[in-house]
Design a binder for this molecule. Structure first.
Ligand code: NAD
Length: 352
């Protein structure tokens, strides 16, 4: 298969980790007989420095024309004082809305080799965690009517049936490919938009008789994630609840440098990126962990290119390198072998 990938390295550690992910992608291409080509585009602070805007037209157009997008991270203290319409983060929102990326997938996986990093007790995590949070990304309270009138301010959470249907459908499809359990999270005891959400899930479950559906209120879900996270497999939820719960789920795995994410459009087109930011404190020092970005490539192969065995091969290679005791500084513990960003990328490529 031939695929063209738009690379948006961004700022801080972005260029370094994207480099390592491309190293791994090239090996996958050779091993499985695919031709992956890439073009790099500017976004975030890098685009502000070069062109004075966070998301150049050329970047959005190039990404739209590609088969998939791999993003590093954007932002940093250098651009923190700019007006909000010029902030590097504007590039992310522009890419998401410009490409119709309404579905955010955030896996929270605790590798057994890194279980020491998990803040929960051993009896709670058992032999590991593997939760997939499916978050609605372009609707709800972050995009509803908002305003400020004197000493009063408001934000509105609104969802339409089609908006709920398309994200819930993704939830069902992903649950079908995993353990066939889907937990829909809402606040239907209070919010109208949540009552509509729950009705849609109930109506759609007949189309997926093989998937076992449950509902949970968001406050209980926040508690259950630390009390008994192994009860969850696939979670589907709205924009704000997903934002909060996916961060909580990622933190219980203990390592921000390990977790990938995907933002998908209806046709399977997607943008893939690590969940962490540009880590300006460690930029340019060859110490950042590239694994989240390498695993983002695995997600790209799985979800946008339907290359399941290639994705499995990357995930197995990462596991093998961890088995070998190799660790970047953020996941290093006594007795392990400390390696830098580029060495970690090379080790994963070699394991492939
Ligand atoms: P961050 O995720 O960049 O860093 C938080 C901490 O985690 C830092 O100590 C950092 O060194 C460490 N860290 C992050 N990724 C790591 C990796 N791969 N390997 C090793 N250590 C890693 O979050 P922050 O400090 O709050 O934000 C820094 C900048 O990134 C800000 O400008 C913020 O707006 C931006 N940001 C961008 C995105 C994105 O592009 N999607 C997401 C979050 C934050």
């Amino acid at each position: 298969m031939k695929k063209h990938i738009a690379l948006v390295p961004g700022d801080g550690i972005g260029p370094d980790i994207v480099n390592e992910a491309v190293k791994v992608l090239e090996v996958v291409g050779k091993k499985f007989g695919h031709e992956f080509t890439t073009t790099s585009y500017l976004a975030g602070g890098a685009a502000l420095d070069a062109l004075g805007i966070p998301l150049p037209e050329d970047t959005l157009e190039g990404c739209k024309k590609s088969d998939s997008v791999l993003l590093g991270a954007v932002g940093g203290p250098k651009w923190d004082t700019l007006a909000s319409n010029l902030r590097p983060e504007k590039a992310l929102l522009g890419l998401r809305s410009g490409m119709g990326l309404f579905c955010n997938l955030r896996p929270a996986i605790l590798y057994k080799q890194l279980s020491d990093a998990c803040p929960l007790k051993d009896e709670i995590i058992g032999d590991g965690l593997d939760i997939m949070v499916v978050r609605e990304l372009t609707g709800g309270i972050y995009f509803g009517e908002r305003g400020r009138e004197g000493d009063r301010a408001y934000d509105t959470m609104a969802y339409s049936i089609p908006e709920v249907e398309r994200i819930v459908r993704k939830g069902f499809e992903i649950a079908q490919k995993r353990s066939k359990r889907l937990c829909s999270i809402d606040k239907a005891n209070i919010l109208n938009s949540s009552q509509l959400w729950r009705e849609v899930v109930e109506k759609m479950k007949g189309e997926y008789p093989d998937v076992k559906v449950s509902h949970m209120y968001v406050d209980n879900a926040a508690m259950q994630l630390v009390r008994n996270p192994r009860q969850f497999d696939v979670i589907v939820t709205s924009n704000m609840f997903g934002d909060i719960l996916s961060d909580e789920a990622s933190q219980i795995t203990g390592s921000i440098g390990m977790l990938p994410s995907a933002s998908l459009a209806a046709d399977g087109f997607g943008m893939y990126e690590p969940i962490h930011g540009s880590a300006p404190d460690i930029a340019g020092q060859n110490i950042a962990n590239p694994i989240a970005t390498v695993l983002s490539v695995a997600m790209m192969l799985r979800y946008s290119f339907s290359m399941a065995k290639e994705a499995d091969a990357i995930e197995e290679a990462v596991s093998k390198v961890l088995d070998g005791g190799y660790r970047t500084a953020d996941i290093y513990t006594d007795g392990m072998k400390k390696v830098g960003t580029s060495e970690m990328g090379t080790l994963i490529a070699q394991a492939l």
